[in-house]
Design a protein around this ligand. Structure first.
Ligand SMILES: Cc1cc2nc3c(=O)[nH]c(=O)nc-3n(C[C@H](O)[C@H](O)[C@H](O)COP(=O)(O)OP(=O)(O)OC[C@H]3O[C@@H](n4cnc5c(N)ncnc54)[C@H](O)[C@@H]3O)c2cc1C
Length: 402
């Protein structure tokens, strides 16, 4: 074996996994077919939980040094009701929305600095098996010649269409279909003053947040059932959406569009994240609609849980199945409530009457609005915020005039 671990895919999931394992002293090969800095189709809000991971890894300064502005307030505008609050905690008070060209490069450089061997422009074509056990990858670089590399474990951090997940036919469960199409672009002259603003209207949602280079990302979404109807006139469909909030449309009118439209609709699924000689992290193992902007922070969480489990297995502290089973259990337990909320929100159906009553009740109650925002940010569990007990408490507070 040339390597202890080969990681395929070097963005939010792959680079931190490689970095954390290399920091433990393992021989790690990190490959990606892209060359960095490299963009990808994704908006890029990093929730306070993700920011906290960057701080733990000693990488937050490298991000803030790029001039990416902090975001300390999320506002959810439902039309008649507006909920505004802080997404963070005392330890991690803000979010950031760095361009992926910036964030992914910071992560890749950190993996290299930790000692991982990084191969950019390298495509994994196949896995190498010994019976049913994965023992390496076969791929090619820019020169085109086929190269085989062997390792004790191959980690697939290769996104939604994961070659690793397909090659090992990882079991899928909790699948939901494509629910929403999101299209975004970048604008200048649209100051956000530290806010991430979301507008929710029947069958439509849109949002704006500040990013690098004094630009603001503006995304609009509609149900996937309208994909065919809008796909030939995306520009109009995108711009018309903002007219549902005239004050935002006016602000956009005074701003300047700096880029073309980008967009994607994604499937929702969990995949079993390990088997003999292989593991999955990030979107390769679990994906959900981006409406709640969890993917990057989830990828960071996977990187920590999976590298901890692999360290236990590779060091002989625990057998591979027991260590990776724990990674699987923790991942699913931590993300399932957010998965349920995300797939419900991504339908863009109007909130049910009981949710509308709750929104009316918490509007103006700052601590309740902060808690709502933290649940939407995934900082606190949505299961706790939307529990019968908590809803009862908030409605009672409203009845007492807070
Ligand atoms: C429209 C949209 C908006 C989003 N907005 C947000 C948001 O605001 N906040 C948020 O947290 N998340 C958001 N997400 C989700 C987020 O983009 C993903 O969850 C995140 O990128 C997952 O990171 P990853 O490393 O698992 O996979 P990816 O970022 O997909 O990276 C996979 C890497 O693997 C490489 N690769 C694939 N196959 C091979 C191969 N065979 N050989 C070599 N390399 C390979 C690719 O080149 C790529 O670099 C959004 C997603 C979409 C689609």
């Amino acid at each position: 074996m040339n390597y202890d671990v080969i990681v395929t895919g070097a963005r939010c999931a792959g680079s931190p996994t490689a970095m954390l394992l290399a920091r433990e002293g393992y021989r790690v090969l990190l490959v990606d077919r892209a060359h960095f800095p490299s963009d990808t189709i994704s908006t890029h809000l990093v929730q306070p939980t993700g920011v906290s991971a960057l701080a733990r890894w000693g990488l937050l300064d490298r991000l803030t040094d790029t001039g990416c502005p902090p975001i300390d307030t999320y506002t959810f505008d439902f039309g008649p009701i507006r909920i505004s609050g802080s997404p963070g905690t005392a330890d991690s008070p803000v979010a950031y929305s760095p361009r992926r060209t910036v964030l992914d490069k910071v992560l890749l450089d950190a993996a290299a600095k930790a000692g991982a061997e990084v191969r950019e422009g390298f495509t994994v074509d196949d896995l190498v098996f010994d019976d049913d056990r994965v023992i390496g990858v076969r791929g090619h670089g820019a020169g085109g010649g086929s190269v085989t590399e062997l390792a004790a474990v191959v980690v697939g951090a290769d996104g939604i269409h994961s070659k690793v997940a397909r090659s090992v036919t990882a079991d899928e469960y909790h699948q939901r279909p494509h629910l929403l199409c999101g299209y975004y672009s970048y604008w200048s002259g649209l100051p956000m003053e530290g806010r991430f603003d979301t507008y929710i209207r029947p069958n439509r949602g849109f949002a704006a947040c500040p990013t690098n280079d004094d630009q603001t990302l503006v995304i609009a979404g509609w149900p996937f059932t309208e994909f065919a109807a809008n796909k030939n006139d995306l520009e109009n469909a995108y711009l018309r959406t903002f007219e549902l909030a005239p004050e935002f449309a006016d602000r956009l009118h005074d701003a300047t569009r700096e880029d073309r439209l980008y967009g994607l609709a994604v499937p929702n699924y969990f995949r079993r994240p390990f088997g003999p000689g292989w593991a999955l992290v990030g979107d390769a193992g679990y994906n959900k609609d981006p409406i709640t902007a969890q993917g990057i922070s989830d990828a960071f969480r996977d990187a920590e849980l999976c590298s901890t489990a692999l360290h236990r297995a590779l060091s002989g502290d625990q057998n591979f199945n027991a260590a990776m089973g724990e990674y699987h259990r923790q991942r699913d337990e931590q993300v399932l409530p957010m998965y349920e909320m995300t797939t419900a929100l991504a339908t863009l159906e109007p909130p049910p009457p009981e949710t509308q009553q709750l929104l009316g009740a918490i509007s103006g109650n700052q601590s309740a609005m902060d808690a709502f925002v933290r649940a939407n940010a995934g900082v606190d569990s949505p299961a706790d915020f939307f529990s019968e007990e908590n809803i009862g408490k908030l409605l009672a507070q409203a009845a007492d005039g807070h």
